[in-house]
Ligand binder design. Sequence first.
Ligand code: FES
Length: 139
Amino acid sequence: MDDSRRIVAVEEVPSDGTLLFTVRSGFDKEEAILTRLDDGSVVAFKNYCQHWTDVRLDKGSGALVRNDEIVCQKHGATFERDTGYCNFGPCEGAVLDALEVAVEGDAVYLADEEYEFEHLGPSGEHDLSTGSRIDFTGS
Ligand code: FES
């Protein structure tokens, strides 16, 4: 796989949390999260809740993972870590948007043709101090 698609070493992907990274599609940047499953495979989802899509699951230091579920800390929805399926909460039955990733050798690559890998960490389009989007209108 193309080196520009290498996200991170597999061993750096947590199994008890998530790792935040940023992808790009055209001019649009989007955040996504990686988590490592018990069988050593790695899955990726877009970094937003299915209840309120402007709520990020991982605000930069890893999403809360409990009982093999990713927990949205806004209203407590839980998503199965392997499938992204919401098994409890206000968006029960919804599924996190997945991104295709592949493990090759000791690294995780972005396999989703729709996106380019941008960088590890947040997209920079959020105000980290409040956890909300930067409001350019000043209101
Ligand atoms: S925004 Fe995630 S559960 Fe409501």
